[in-house]
Design a protein around this ligand. Structure first.
Ligand code: ATP
Ligand code: MG
Length: 144
C-alpha cells in the first residue's frame, strides 16, 4: 500500500465546538500519523485561494466567509492510503448522507458547516499541504 500524505483541516465549527482533540484522536486511532500540525486563521484572500476550484459554485461566498470565521487546525496526516482513509473517517460532504460513526455524521450541522476538510487526490493533497506547510515542517515533525 502506498504511503501517502493528505491535508486535514478542522474547520471553524469544529474548533469552536471543542472537537479538535476528538477529531485528531480518531485519525491517530485509525493509524494515521500526524506529520505536521498548526492552528491558524485564514484571511478572506487565503480562503478564496484555497477554495479557488469552487469559485463558480453558488456557495463560494458563504463557504469562504465561514472558513475565515474563526481559527482552524491544519494537519498533515501520513500513512498507507491516507487520502482515502481520511475521507472515509470524515464521511460524505453532506452529514445527512454520511455513514454512521463518521466524523461528519456524528458532529456536522449541514453540508457547508461540516467540521472537517480532507484532500481528495494525490495532486490536490500536494497542493494543499504546500498551502500551509513547508517541506522542512514535515521533515522535522514526522515521527519515524
Ligand atoms: P472538503 O473539500 O471540505 O474535504 P468535500 O471534498 O467532501 O469536502 P467539496 O465538494 O470539495 O466537498 O466541497 C468543499 C466544501 O464546500 C465542503 O466541505 C462544504 O463545506 C462546502 N460545500 C460543498 N457543497 C456545498 C453545498 N451544496 N452547499 C454549501 N456548501 C457546500
Ligand atoms: Mg473537496
Amino acid at each position: 500500500m502506498a504511503i501517502e500524505r493528505t491535508l486535514s483541516i478542522v474547520k471553524p465549527d469544529g474548533v469552536k465546538a471543542g472537537l479538535t482533540g476528538e477529531i485528531l484522536k480518531r485519525f491517530e486511532s485509525a493509524g494515521l500519523v500526524i506529520a505536521a500540525l498548526r492552528m491558524t486563521r485564514l484571511t478572506m484572500q487565503e480562503a478564496q485561494a484555497f477554495y479557488d476550484v469552487h469559485q463558480e459554485r453558488p456557495f463560494f461566498e458563504s463557504l469562504t466567509k465561514f472558513m475565515c470565521s474563526g481559527p482552524i487546525v491544519v494537519s498533515v496526516l501520513e500513512g498507507g492510503d491516507a487520502i482515502r482513509r481520511n475521507r472515509e473517517l470524515m464521511g460524505a460532504t453532506d452529514p445527512a448522507q454520511a455513514d454512521s460513526g463518521t466524523i461528519r455524521r456524528e458532529y456536522a450541522s449541514n453540508i457547508e458547516h461540516n467540521i472537517v476538510h480532507g484532500s481528495d487526490a494525490p495532486e490536490t493533497a500536494s497542493r494543499e499541504i504546500g498551502f500551509f506547510f513547508t517541506e522542512s515542517d514535515l521533515v522535522r515533525g514526522v515521527r519515524r
